[in-house]
Design a protein around this ligand. Structure first.
Ligand SMILES: [Zn+2]
Length: 161
């Protein structure tokens, strides 16, 4: 098993209320580039959290994902469906079910992989352009996951031995 140091939260960048599944994302990620997909060998994320809060398994955890450039080797990627409002603007569209689904998944992972030190959102791995040690909103490469994951999930790591 590879060493897991962090969990990275993503959104599917799809409009709120539209219930895509693991199967849809797998198709977007594995469709050849010439046909508009990413052309990858497998879905990029390890877990997908649907609108109703149910959690689907994507790429097996043992395998390195494809979801955050430079941070894939030691991380697990969780993606909730949504992240855009009806005008395609970034928005925290998580349903109550999705909040529970993400949190339950995180708790299970932290218990299973005590080496996890960090839970952040995709945007938190953008480059620190002005070098002040804080990734500010103007530095975000993308808005994903459209909410501030680090402060929200910090408490889960505090309970660690
Ligand atoms: Zn992302």
């Amino acid at each position: 098993m590879r060493k897991i140091n962090k969990v990275i939260i993503h959104c599917s960048a799809t409009k709120e209320g539209v219930n895509y599944t693991e199967k849809d994302i797998r198709k977007w990620h594995t469709t050849p580039k010439a046909q508009g997909g990413n052309g990858w060998k497998d879905i990029g994320y390890h877990f997908i959290v649907l609108l109703d809060g149910s959690v689907e398994v994507g790429r097996p955890i043992e395998q390195i994902g494809a979801h955050c450039a430079g941070h894939n080797t030691d991380s697990i990627g969780i993606c909730y469906i949504g992240g855009l409002d009806t005008n395609s603007k970034p928005k925290d569209t998580r349903t109550e079910g999705q909040k529970d689904g993400i949190e339950d998944t995180l708790k299970n992972l932290i218990e299973k992989y005590p080496s996890i030190q960090e839970i952040k959102g995709h945007r938190d791995y953008s480059p620190d352009l002005n070098g002040n040690g804080i990734i500010e909103s103007f530095e975000w490469l993308k808005a994903c996951p459209c909410f501030d994951a680090e402060p929200e999930y910090k408490r889960l790591l505090k309970n660690k031995r």
